[in-house]
Design a protein. Structure first.
Length: 357
């Protein structure tokens, strides 16, 4: 069974696509964003997948790819277009090549126009295609820099994308209006730039008169993406917390499991955010825990030591996850949620104060 997830980066309005094969457990990421590495890795781990490769639809001008960082963390292969000009990839892709993940495949179609090295990836059953910035939902990518060519884009769309079945869903690399997916049939009929009876001259005339401002990150993103996202200086990269063995969840929360908490050395604050009757109730509480109910936490954060890490605890891990968000907003940096809360703590036989058998 195919695993499909569409992920969004609000800063650049970029869609990243996770495709996985449950049978083989392998996955690929299309157009990953550098700042979203923790999110993407958390999802891959929670879905029990192994990242085989990252695929770029083109050299982006509005964000830096996460390809290099994901390779460093997971060993995944970097795959880009032969015509991209990028250095440091493991595989350079051209027309009609095949990328496999488990028992599934992506078919490569060269679709230059936005840049000279644009690719579209077509799923093996032609149910979906990933068009990058070549064809957008009721629009298209720009063609006024990075060797853009409106005539080439017109041919790419008409010959490589519009030749797919009408029902094939099209997944773009960007959308700035909150739209998520379209289809070949829809775009062939309704795309105001490339659909219907629009000729190549109509399209080139339209594109040459857009007069768009250049992307704000152009001078940073393009050079970095020509290195497949590798920074010029590797020092200073955001590192994972080192004060405990933590796990970052797809929900965006740093978590620690009960064994990790018991094995933790050094001073730490246990913050119990249940109500007082729960704190003294059947589940008991962890020795040394400070009780501040969740509803009072925002007003009582000054009762906590900002120089020591905090682990938030509740019954099952939900309220304490919200507590970590409140603490982070209040300026606490070293915070984590006890995964599973007191229910898991008790179930795994860890010591408590109070409570009942």
């Amino acid at each position: 069974m195919l695993v499909f997830r569409q992920l969004f980066d609000p800063q650049s309005s970029t869609y990243t696509y996770l495709l996985g094969d449950h049978t083989g457990g392998e996955a690929v990421l299309i157009d990953p964003v550098f700042e979203q590495v923790r999110r993407d890795m958390a999802l891959i781990e929670e879905l029990d997948l192994t990242l085989k490769a990252t695929l770029e639809t083109h050299v982006h001008a509005d964000h830096v790819t996460a390809a290099w960082l994901l390779k460093r963390r997971t060993g995944s292969k970097i795959m880009v277009a032969q015509a991209s000009g990028a250095e440091g990839a493991d595989r350079y892709l051209g027309q009609d090549e095949v990328v496999s993940f488990g028992e599934r495949r992506l078919l490569v179609r060269a679709t230059p126009g936005h840049t000279s090295g644009c690719l579209t990836y077509v799923l093996d059953d032609h149910s979906r295609a990933f068009t990058g910035d070549c064809l957008l939902i009721r629009g298209s990518g720009r063609t006024d820099f990075q060797e853009g060519d409106p005539a080439a884009m017109y041919r790419s769309v008409r010959e490589q994308i519009f030749t797919l079945p009408d029902e094939c869903l099209l997944c773009p690399a960007h959308d700035y209006r909150g739209l998520t997916v379209t289809s070949v049939g829809e775009e062939r009929r309704y795309n105001p730039r490339l659909g219907g009876d629009i000729a190549v001259g109509d399209f080139t005339g339209y594109m040459k008169n857009l007069k768009l401002a250049h992307p704000k990150l152009l001078e940073v993103a393009v050079p970095a993406n020509l290195r497949c996202g590798r920074p010029e200086k590797e020092e200073g990269l955001a590192a994972d917390p080192t004060w405990a063995h933590l796990h970052y969840s797809f929900a965006g929360v740093w978590e620690i499991n009960p064994h990790g908490l018991e094995d933790l050395h050094g001073p730490v604050q246990i913050l119990d955010v249940r109500e007082s009757d729960e704190f003294t109730g059947p589940l008991g509480h962890i020795a040394g825990a400070t009780l501040i109910p969740l509803g009072q936490l925002a007003e009582r954060v000054d009762e906590l030591n900002r120089d020591q890490p905090i682990i938030a605890v509740c019954r099952a891990g939900s309220r304490s996850a919200q507590a970590t968000a409140i603490l982070q907003q209040a300026g606490f940096s070293a915070v984590a949620n006890l995964n599973g809360g007191m229910l898991r703590w008790r179930a795994e036989g860890h010591p408590v104060e109070g409570g009942s058998e």
